[in-house]
Ligand binder design. Structure first.
Ligand SMILES: Cc1cc2nc3c(=O)[nH]c(=O)nc-3n(C[C@H](O)[C@H](O)[C@H](O)COP(=O)(O)OP(=O)(O)OC[C@H]3O[C@@H](n4cnc5c(N)ncnc54)[C@H](O)[C@@H]3O)c2cc1C
Length: 387
């Protein structure tokens, strides 16, 4: 196996796979090594797998078998049990990430990428001459003109560079796959409440055979203060008493809304490694795909740059382009989230009770804001960050 590549991509998640496909579609002659510490599609993926259909289809060429369920209804529950729902036919879907990532990796290999799965990257060395060295846990190493780090939220690579090595604001999340949950196959449920999920929310998304993905995410500031597993168990016994747990999983969601350094000379971060997650919804699949695709394009520009200086400038261009496409919006959403979590449950309970009385077909944003202005000023004030 050659140990020198044009581009090394670390992580065969949505970000790394999209980066790889972008590079090889644009310039088939590029030599690319795609490396992952595991075979991701052979392990349970810590994710609820919900995406917005339009965004998903824009981000990737969706293949048959990647969608488990089409989702038409979102039900929001407040702490006292009041609920409001919104229905839009097939607006979202629950995907099968293992199937998708396996198919995408096969496509990468068919286009010429070398896949090295089951070996962990332990370090990315600073630029020496015109390459970087990537070191593996088995003692081997490889060199590349450009490295894309799409290793997810906690790998902590790039310590020797002026770049974010672990995203700040990491939120803990855990979930179960449970059968007999009784969730409609075309609806997702989101539960709010300070006691239920401080700083975050709980969810229940459908899975095959009357099973469900039921989980909880907490705000970063509650990491060490709240036992998330106990919170999930009490949520399950209260809301899904008949569900039988088949497996338990945990993960971390990077929710930083402020701009962070995602590029260094010949090194670009993408996806969760670059904190590309929507900090409000905590959705990161499509965001990782968009970020990975963008990182792939800039990795190629860096590779082909006529001078080292020009190559480094592409890193800065990449950072700016990400900021202008989604980063800026994520900043506003993060501020909104911070303001909303400070509002007492009672405000949400009242707002949900009021809004649930408006017939769903008349529940327009202007109507909601008009109604809320006088009655729930704190909620409206929190939303100002979105303006
Ligand atoms: C519990 C939970 C539920 C979620 N639910 C949703 C949801 O419903 N919808 C949504 O849009 N988003 C959801 N997310 C977020 C979403 O999972 C991530 O944003 C998304 O997976 C990011 O993709 P990525 O490619 O950046 O990283 P990842 O998917 O994490 O991929 C990174 C890859 O890098 C590999 N890797 C890590 N370290 C190394 C190393 N040192 N060497 C080599 N390889 C390495 C890993 O094995 C992995 O395959 C959820 C997250 C969690 C934790």
């Amino acid at each position: 196996m050659s140990l020198v590549y044009d581009i090394i991509i670390i992580g065969a998640g949505p970000a790394g796979l999209c980066a790889c496909l972008k590079i090889l579609a644009a310039r088939p002659a590029t030599s690319v090594l795609l490396v992952d510490k595991v075979v991701p599609w052979e392990k349970p993926i810590a994710c609820a797998e919900g995406v917005w259909t339009d965004q998903f289809r824009e981000a990737v060429d969706v293949k048959p078998g990647w969608v488990r369920f089409n989702i038409s209804t979102v039900v929001l529950h407040s702490a006292d049990g009041s609920a409001i729902s919104h229905t839009a036919r097939n607006a979202g879907c629950i995907i099968d990430r293992a199937r998708m990532q396996s198919d995408m990796a096969s496509r990468c290999a068919a286009l010429g990428a070398v896949l090295r799965l089951g070996v962990r990257v332990i370090g990315i060395e600073p630029v020496a001459g015109s390459t970087r060295e990537v070191r593996f846990a088995d003692g081997t190493c490889a060199h590349a003109a450009v490295v894309v780090d799409a290793s997810g939220p906690i790998a902590g690579l790039g310590k020797k560079d002026k770049i974010v090595c672990k995203p700040p604001d990491l939120e803990p999340a855990c979930f179960v796959i449970a059968e007999n949950a009784g969730i409609e196959p075309d609806a997702i449920h989101v539960y709010l409440g300070r006691d239920l999920a401080p700083g975050g929310y709980a969810w229940a998304f459908p899975r095959e055979k009357n099973a469900a993905n039921i989980g909880i995410v907490l705000g970063n500031s509650y990491r060490a203060k709240v036992n998330i597993r106990e919170k999930l168990d009490s949520f399950l016994s209260k809301n899904y008493p008949h569900a039988r747990v088949l497996g338990r999983f945990a993960g971390t969601i990077p929710c930083e809304g402020r701009p962070i350094a995602i590029a260094a000379p010949r090194l670009l971060k993408a996806g969760d490694a670059a904190s590309a997650v929507n900090p409000f919804t905590r959705a990161g699949i499509v965001e990782a795909m968009e970020s990975g695709t963008m990182a792939g394009a800039y990795a190629l520009k860096t590779l082909l740059a006529p001078t080292a200086g020009r190559g480094s400038a592409y890193g800065e261009e990449y950072r700016k382009r990400w900021y202008n496409s989604l980063g800026k919006k994520h900043g506003k959403l993060s501020k909104t989230k911070d303001a909303l979590v400070k509002i007492p449950d009672a405000d949400y309970d009242k707002a949900f009770a009021t809004l649930s009385k408006i017939p769903p077909n008349k529940r327009s944003i202007s109507k909601i804001i008009g109604l809320s202005l006088g009655r729930f000023p704190r909620l409206v004030l929190a939303m100002r960050h979105l303006m």
